[in-house]
Design a protein around this ligand. Structure first.
Ligand code: KG4
Ligand code: ZN
Length: 330
């Protein structure tokens, strides 16, 4: 069975994982840089790149040890080649190239977004193409018609902030710290989602896209008014995001006929209330709902190894000149 080593270093997690072509996760290791960035309230690219350099090689060794394998047993090297913070992306990609060259293995340069987009098939091997994917992460908010490896149609995207970015900025505004998504979710659990009147940008409009900038400004005004508790603002904000995601996703469900499932992926998909709302939407439309387990939603290398497996199986391999790309739409 083909074994794929996956490397991830595009943001603030360094990770290495070993996955088989039939979807078994043999090992996955991850080092988060949360503590290093916490004092700055967000990811500092230079700190991130240096931390990736220090963390990556020991993580690869540890993953191989966990799986009781050596580099010789690995058949394919898959590394994130973008999009992301360029210093970090280069660390993972150059390491992947060096391993591929030294061990004479094929290299697959993986688009990080494709890692998220295909991760639900690693979680649920019965999931078939095509599916409607809501991809919600720190840098993106998109609806994609996923047809196969390398075959995506982007149906909607954000015209301003990404959904995770909205969570992170709201957390900062409310003094909830970094990383913002889990902190807002925790505060929201103790608040009233109807307490603060907040806008639902673009909801109900004919255009397909997302927008969160106006919501962020409204959260700022609510916080500055001193009239609401942090928990109530967090809960109302989270509900507004959910309403936007559901409205925009349902709009697409009316248009796509051939999908096998409604699927969510990306870091924001770790949010329980968002998952529950999407699950209800799928049930309303008689569709299966697929969401990877929480650890597979946030950045990790198993999804990169898996995207490498899918691309390799489709004959999509790269040569050692493939560039690191800070921007790389799917
Ligand atoms: O996919 P990811 O780990 O990294 C990117 O590729 O961007 O997503 C990170 C984003 C961050 O904005 C983080 O705040 C958000 O996902 N996030 C969440 C939750 N966990 C992570 N947002 C809402 N609720 C959560 N539980
Ligand atoms: Zn990500």
């Amino acid at each position: 069975m083909t074994i794929i080593l996956g490397l991830e270093s595009s943001c603030d997690e360094t990770a290495a994982a070993l996955v088989t072509a039939d979807g078994r996760i043999l090992a996955h290791r991850l080092a988060t840089q949360e503590e290093a960035h916490r004092p700055y309230g967000g990811v500092v690219p230079e700190i991130a790149a240096r931390a990736h350099v220090e963390a990556l090689a020991p993580l690869i060794e540890a993953a191989l040890k966990d799986a009781d394998l050596t580099l010789d047993d690995v058949d394919v090297i898959a590394a994130t080649a973008g999009p992301g913070l360029i210093g970090g992306v280069m660390v993972g990609l150059v390491t992947g190239k060096a391993l591929a060259h030294a061990a004479n293995k094929p290299l697959v340069a993986v688009n990080h977004l494709e890692g998220h987009a295909l991760s639900p098939r690693l979680a649920d091997p019965t999931l078939q193409f095509p599916y409607l994917l809501l991809l919600v992460s720190g840098g993106h908010c998109q609806l994609l018609h996923v047809r196969g490896p390398g075959d995506y149609a982007r149906l909607a995207t954000t015209i301003d902030d990404a959904s995770g970015e909205a969570f992170d900025k709201t957390a900062k505004l409310l003094g909830l710290g970094y990383p913002g998504g889990p902190a807002v979710e925790k505060a929201a659990a103790k608040g009233d989602p109807k307490a603060v009147p907040l806008p639902r940008p673009l909801v109900g409009t004919a255009e397909p896209h997302f927008s969160f900038a106006g919501l962020k400004s409204a959260v700022m005004r609510a916080a500055q008014s001193g009239r609401y508790s942090t928990q109530d603002i967090a809960a109302s904000f989270q509900q507004a995001v959910i309403d936007c995601l559901i409205d925009r996703t349902e709009r697409q469900l009316a248009g796509v006929q051939d999908i096998t499932a409604l699927v969510v992926a990306g870091g924001v998909a770790a949010n329980q209330s968002i998952r529950a709302a999407l699950e209800a939407l799928a049930a309303k439309h008689d569709l299966p709902f697929v969401a990877p387990p929480l650890w597979l939603c946030t950045d990790n290398a198993a999804m990169i190894a898996w995207a490498g497996a899918e691309r390799h199986a489709a004959g999509l391999i790269d040569d050692l000149t493939v560039p690191a790309r800070p921007r790389w739409p799917l």
